[in-house]
Design a binder for this molecule. Structure first.
Ligand code: GMT
Length: 373
């Protein structure tokens, strides 16, 4: 198959999933064409069968902002025709589901479109009145819809009332690539021997509640020695730094910035915090679980489908930092309990979320779209 993939390049889970899926498809012998306005941040090494077509920003004094949407549509038409693509896969509804639909009208033939919903494209941005009508229309216009969790599928139906099937295809992990492989020198560089390492990875948007991470960490440090490793960057960073300083934690926090490859950092961590307001899936949690890191996070959105409470981590109500710090301390101060959750986390990542299983589901879905077209 020749597959056109539309995704966002910015730091975020939907781009990661798009790139990983594309790589797996390429290894299965399919030709994968990424069509993006920016290079997806994890598309950082050569892989046979993988192509990148970047949308050029054509500027003209009349435009206050270059009309990226139309340029993306044109690029989809151009690539579809030049490479004789068989189908398009839009990751994140906005604007990709609409661009794929318009490209189908503008091009020589209308390709099947699979749209994968990732979370904020439904629960935050898509439901906003500025996007609602076009998002609903473009979701109905595509061939097939998938969501990354059962919660997101139900939420999509609740918000948009589409009345059409939404297949749940979970995000996945390659357990060979993501496995615990601790580097003692890295551990030593970031923490003392008796200190626990707590990690948080996100794009630091308000709904990630990174200030809660700092509060939880503060409460942990009152009971045991620990370091906090913050990976990522985003709008909440200034407030997070201010809070770290206010709590007197500046010597206990490492700011790692945006990192392409987090496996080495996860491999030295003792606990991952993900206290988001809502998380449709929580890919960072799954990456941690594959590296045997138990998760303490929010019982909201699709996160409980990934982090099964008591098996690979513990969950509490969003915003309940007292409860989350208590759960974190329970785990960190009890080696038997910690070990049980670490093993459970790895086991769940390896079995329920194994890439081989979910990539096959996508492949079957692609083939079924081709049969119908
Ligand atoms: O977290 C974000 O806002 C980024 C967003 C994205 O599209 O990159 O993440 C969403 O998609 C990820 C991959 O499917 C999920 O793991 C995240 O849970 C989801 N984020 C939210 O629902 C907040």
């Amino acid at each position: 198959m020749k597959i056109g993939v539309l995704c966002h390049g910015a730091y975020g889970g939907s781009g990661v999933v798009a790139v990983e899926l594309g790589r797996h498809m390429a290894r299965k012998g399919h030709q994968v064409h990424f069509i993006c306005t920016e290079k997806p941040f994890r598309l950082n090494r050569f892989e046979p069968n993988v192509y990148l077509h970047q949308v050029e920003a054509y500027d003209y004094p009349l435009f206050t902002v270059p009309p990226y949407f139309l340029m993306e549509v044109n690029k989809i038409v151009e690539v579809s025709q030049a490479f004789k693509l068989d189908l398009l896969h839009a990751h994140y509804a906005i604007p990709h589901a609409a661009s794929a639909f318009l490209a189908g009208l503008a091009g020589e033939n209308r390709l099947p479109v699979v749209t994968t919903l990732h979370g904020t494209d439904v629960a935050l941005v898509g439901r906003h009145r500025d996007f609602y009508a076009t998002t609903r229309f473009s979701l109905l216009a595509g061939s097939r819809l998938t969501a990354v969790s059962g919660w997101l599928a139900a939420e999509t139906e609740r918000v948009f009332q589409l009345g059409c099937p939404i297949e749940v295809i979970y995000n996945f992990i390659n357990p060979e690539e993501y496995r615990r492989n601790s580097d003692p020198a890295l551990r030593k560089a970031l923490a003392g021997e008796d200190e626990k390492i707590i990690i948080h990875i996100s794009n630091f948007r308000p709904l990630k509640r990174v200030e809660d991470v700092v509060h939880i960490f503060y409460l942990i440090t009152r009971a045991l020695p620990a370091r906090l490793v913050l990976v990522g960057d985003g709008p909440a960073m200034p407030a997070v730094k201010a809070l770290v300083n206010e709590c007197g934690l500046e010597n206990m926090v490492h700011y790692m910035g945006v990192q392409d490859y987090v496996q080495p950092l996860l491999s030295i961590a003792d606990l991952l915090l993900l206290p988001s307001e809502k998380e449709s899936f929580g890919l960072a949690a799954l990456e941690g679980m594959a590296c045997e890191v138990p998760v303490v996070g929010s019982r909201s959105g699709g996160l409980p489908e990934v982090v099964s409470h008591g098996e690979c981590g513990l969950l509490a109500a969003p915003g309940d930092v007292d409860e989350m710090s208590r759960l974190a301390l329970d785990i960190l101060s009890n080696p038997v309990w910690h070990n049980k959750l670490s093993r459970g986390a790895r086991d769940v990542a390896e079995t329920r979320f194994n890439a081989a299983r979910w990539v096959n589901r996508y492949e079957q879905l692609y083939y079924s779209c081709l049969k119908k077209s």
